[in-house]
Design a protein around this ligand. Structure first.
Ligand SMILES: [Zn+2]
Length: 445
């Protein structure tokens, strides 16, 4: 054997024995045992204490779980009560004695949650978090509930109602969904006005902005850590940059009555939205924005498209404001990740966990974590959708699906030689806990 040949034989033997240092080069096809890597990662991921960055915890009859309600709609396949995964969820959470979700059996669930609600105290929801491996999380609610432990739930309040102070006839008439949503926005604004002891809208635009700031500051003092927008449900997420005088003129014209044209209303809302974003920077109150497809058959994908927000999140005037793009712009997840290049922009994966199956969520997470892993945060969007899919079951299904999708995405990344297993676990900790927690002050003692 010639010397060169002998060298190659040696290299081949060492490579087969796994003694050679792994090449630093990534490759398109996963090599190694992806299943085994997935299993190893999943076991470790299950022990990571979770921070849930987006949820609406609450009992089914508590209307404060959202500033809106669900209009009649055609649910996607996985969210229907026929989904057998929901049986697994209720069995994991409760000692549910049945193996289906028939209407009769769902009474059992409802009675169980009504009994907990009647008993009062915070033990029920603490226990649900414990069973799901959630250390703490946010509660998107109109107001906090006494049954949520303030040491584990942090309040995120809604800010859209400030955009709808005038006669909303024209908005309500747009489609049946707005007929459900807008009257509830009016109610929230009315609550804020009561909070500020206002009998009607202030006389001047300056006073209106002062009223907004007062509510933001008061809510923050009450423990709120972020302001939330669901604007994509009610209008386009494209906010132009009108001059202040134009917004003043609309306010003066309509604050005591009359129906603004859509163009006039938009000028006013665009200005006020930017004011709320600026205040979010001043107060260190991150701005959460719903950016995915939403509930209701009339939700407009075009108006709700997250790319409409590009001029806002890439505006250097708002560098002090932290933006969290809630639900990660789904289905535009390939586009949205590029907005996270901004140091103040984060994504949240909530809603996806129940909207799609883990096989699809794996692809989303893999693409995101390969691009800006430190900007991706976890949320469940736990919400009392129905008797079968309450906040409790959404928590469970969200955590289950995200862990599974995360382990699979990271396993493929390891097997393609993109990251080591240690690095993969560091990314997992960031996604499930650290990245979101770093955005807020610590829990008050
Ligand atoms: Zn939500």
């Amino acid at each position: 054997m010639k010397r060169k040949q002998a060298q190659w034989v040696l290299i081949a033997i060492l490579a087969i024995a796994g003694a050679l240092p792994a090449s630093a080069q990534s490759h398109a096809l996963p090599s190694g045992d992806v299943q085994a890597i997935y299993q190893r990662l999943l076991e470790k991921i299950k022990s990571i204490k979770i921070f849930d960055h987006h949820a609406h915890p609450g009992y089914g009859d508590d209307s404060d779980v959202d500033a809106q309600a669900t209009p009649p709609q055609h649910l996607p396949f996985r969210e229907r009560e026929t989904n057998p995964e929901l049986v697994a969820a209720v069995k994991a959470l409760f000692d549910y004695p049945y193996s289906d979700m028939s209407e009769e059996h769902m009474h059992w669930l409802q009675e169980r949650s009504s009994a907990a609600e009647k008993a009062g105290g915070t033990a029920y929801w603490d226990h649900i978090l414990d069973l799901c491996g959630i250390e703490s999380g946010v509660a998107n609610r109109v107001a906090m509930a006494s049954y949520l432990n303030p040491k584990r739930f942090r309040w995120v309040f809604f800010a859209d109602s400030f955009l709808f102070p005038f006669d909303n006839k024209t908005v309500i008439a747009e489609n049946p969904d707005e007929g459900v949503y807008i009257p509830l926005q009016e109610k929230v604004l009315h609550r804020y006005m009561q909070q500020a002891s206002l009998g009607g809208l202030p006389k001047s635009f300056d006073e209106y902005l002062a009223f907004i700031s007062r509510i933001l500051e008061e809510n923050q003092k009450k423990g709120a850590i972020a302001e939330k927008f669901e604007a994509g449900y009610f209008r386009s997420l494209y906010f132009a940059d009108p001059p202040r005088q134009a917004a003043v003129a609309v306010y003066q014209k309509y604050h005591s009555g009359g129906v603004p044209t859509p163009e006039e209303y938009k000028i006013f809302q665009d200005y006020v939205f930017r004011y709320l974003v600026t205040e979010g920077g001043r107060l260190h109150l991150p701005v959460h924005i719903h950016t995915a497809v939403g509930e209701g058959d009339y939700f407009s994908l075009r108006k709700g498209d997250v790319l409409n927000l590009e001029n806002i999140v890439k505006d250097p005037r708002y560098l002090n404001t932290t933006f969290v793009l809630i639900h990660g712009g789904y289905p535009y997840f390939r586009e949205v990740i590029w907005l996270a290049s901004m140091k103040n922009v984060y994504l949240d994966s909530s809603e996806m966990e129940t909207l799609v199956y883990p096989s699809e969520m794996k692809n989303v997470l893999k693409f995101w974590l390969e691009t800006y892993p430190e900007k991706i945060t976890f949320g469940t969007d736990a919400y009392p959708y129905s008797a079968a899919l309450g906040s409790e079951e959404t928590y469970w299904l969200g955590v289950y699906s995200a862990r599974d999708a995360l382990a699979a995405a990271l396993a493929e990344m390891v097997a393609s030689n993109e990251v080591t297993e240690d690095k993969a676990l560091e990314i997992a900790h960031g996604y499930l806990h650290d990245n979101a927690v770093s955005l807020y002050p610590p829990f008050p003692r």
